[in-house]
Design a protein around this ligand. Structure first.
Ligand SMILES: [Zn+2]
Length: 245
């Protein structure tokens, strides 16, 4: 997980179209998210998808995997908060695995928010207000500026945190699943070690050039960790700071 700044993009126009507003009204009237394509289509219109793809660099909001197939994920599940089904700050990009694990999980310490009349005027910006009110356990990657500093990895790519809310998010989305740990290690640390080993073999009796080669490898890995289109940025940054330099 990394912090995502949604202010970088414009809210997709379809979320404010008359047709979306009408569907929202019907949902609010029914007091539940309604079944059928005409309701599902509204939160995944082409402009919503395109904007999320750009904002998230085609990566899952939770596991940071680069994905071809992804879902428009509702941070607050639409089954529990039907009026937020088309709210821009409630729509994230997630891989089918994380989305599947998260499902309708959304534990809160305080009582869950209910729709108030005033909320309709700020329907696209309710996450912050609701987060404060509910003290929800799940982390919203667009509202946690310091998220990366609270995540820890070991040399096997296993993720953990001292922060209770991040712990809960790791647990629910299974961000410590074997496949992810292995991929993080393989694509970052194993790859780094391979380059260093090659340099060692190439400059076995030439300490000066070996050091020079490692310096160049380090530089490349630092650059890679700052390229947001790369997967596993949180791990790359952590690895550079703690295992590489
Ligand atoms: Zn994921």
């Amino acid at each position: 997980m990394i912090y995502i700044d949604k202010n970088k993009v414009k809210r997709p126009a379809n979320l404010d179209s008359k047709i979306t507003k009408d569907r929202r009204k019907e949902i609010i009237k029914a007091n539940k998210f309604l079944k059928g394509a005409k309701y599902n289509k509204r939160y995944k219109t082409a402009d919503v998808k395109k904007t999320l793809e750009k904002l998230y660099n085609n990566k899952c909001a939770y596991c940071e995997t680069n994905i071809e197939r992804w879902d428009v994920e509702h941070f607050r599940p639409k089954s529990l908060y039907p009026w937020l089904a088309y709210s821009w700050d409630n729509l994230l990009l997630a891989c089918p695995t994380c989305n599947g694990h998260k499902s309708n999980h959304f534990e809160t310490i305080n009582e869950k928010a209910k729709l108030e009349t005033h909320d309709l005027e700020i329907i696209h910006n309710l996450s912050e207000k609701y987060n404060k009110k509910e003290n929800n356990k799940f982390v919203h990657p667009e509202l946690e500026k310091n998220i990366e500093s609270k995540i820890v990895f070991d040399q096997d790519g296993v993720i953990s945190s001292e922060d209770e809310r991040i712990q809960y998010t790791i647990k629910i989305c299974k961000l410590d699943r074997d496949k992810l740990n292995i991929e993080r290690k393989k694509q970052v640390l194993d790859n780094y070690n391979k380059y260093v080993m090659n340099a060692y073999l190439m400059f076995e009796n030439d300490d000066k050039n070996f050091k020079k080669a490692v310096k160049a490898i380090n530089k490349t890995f630092i650059e890679q960790a700052n390229l947001n289109e790369n997967n596993f940025i949180a791990f790359r940054k952590f690895a550079v700071k703690n295992f590489i330099i």
